[in-house]
Design a protein around this ligand. Structure first.
Ligand SMILES: [Zn+2]
Length: 286
């Protein structure tokens, strides 16, 4: 859908001195993509006027009229289309975003979508008291960067091009307000925190604490496998049933409904049959 449009204001302001002028110098045409209408792509053929600046002290003799709420100078799309693409790009990503935009009547490509997102202004710089630091992959398994997160606002505050202690320390150093550095288990970020933020408490984040715990438990259970097997085979020592403080697992567990029990037993017998089949097949192969 192509529409021919022009501004109807009789005057325009010089962008340099702000003086109002109604003296038209000339016209030219510009093509702009606009937000879709009933699912169809919209192209605007915009007639733009050039005005004389009548301020004798102004260096600009001729200026082009501006549409600050409608389109930026030199842009090839309107501000509203740009905002729609930004919203699609932020809500989805890459190819998914392109498919959705095209479906909504906005012709675009990957680069345009990325440029719209990159054009978004950065968040204002904020003081960071609790910073989370971890690595991320530019290319999985090959190139890594560092992400820094404000743990109070959950905003990403910066991205660093690598995961070396020196780079991270250079970022932390000008932030003496940092009270806590939450990091992974690696040595690089610990080194960075020790170098650049000696005043801060250095902690491992929840994910890495759980990872530590999981690994320690696996190791412990692996070492104690024999003892666990032995304990499960020996009969339980006689317990004083008069004491109400200790209850058995069977007492504690709520009684299983019959239909649940039947389903569980059916699943188990299926699994056992498959196991038996595997044992037999292994016997014939060996
Ligand atoms: Zn002027």
């Amino acid at each position: 859908m192509s529409l021919t449009v022009r501004a109807t204001y009789p005057t325009s302001c010089c962008p340099l001195c702000g003086g109002v002028s109604s003296s038209i110098h000339s016209h030219y045409r510009r093509r702009l993509s606009d937000a879709s209408c009933v699912g169809r792509k919209v192209q605007l053929c915009l007639t733009i006027r050039r005005f004389y600046c009548r301020n004798r002290l102004c260096e600009r003799k001729v200026f082009t009229e501006r549409f600050p709420r409608f389109a930026k100078p030199w842009a090839r799309m309107t501000i509203r289309l740009s905002e729609h693409l930004q919203a699609v790009g932020l809500a989805t990503s890459g190819r998914g975003g392109i498919r959705l935009a095209v479906r909504l009547g906005m012709q675009t490509d990957r680069q345009t979508l990325l440029r719209r997102i990159m054009a978004l202004p950065d968040l204002p710089e904020e003081s960071v008291l609790y910073v989370g630091i971890d690595d991320f992959a530019f290319r999985r398994g090959q190139r890594f960067g560092t992400v820094l997160v404000n743990l109070e606002t959950h905003h990403i505050v910066d991205l660093l091009p690598d995961r070396q202690a020196v780079t991270a320390a250079a970022w932390i150093k000008p932030h003496p307000e940092i009270m806590v550095v939450s990091r992974d288990r690696g040595g690089e970020y610990a080194k960075a925190a020790a170098m650049a933020a000696p005043q801060a408490t250095d902690v491992a984040d929840r994910f890495h604490i759980l990872k530590n715990l999981t690994e320690a438990l696996q190791l412990l259970l692996g070492r104690s496998l024999e003892e666990i097997k032995l304990a499960s085979q020996t009969p339980e020592p006689h317990q004083d049933t008069s004491s109400k403080a200790v209850i058995t697992v069977e007492e504690w567990r709520p009684k299983e409904p019959t239909h649940v029990q039947r389903a569980r037993l059916a699943r188990r017998s299926g699994r056992y049959a498959r196991y038996q089949q595997m044992v037999e097949l292994r016997g014939t192969c060996g």
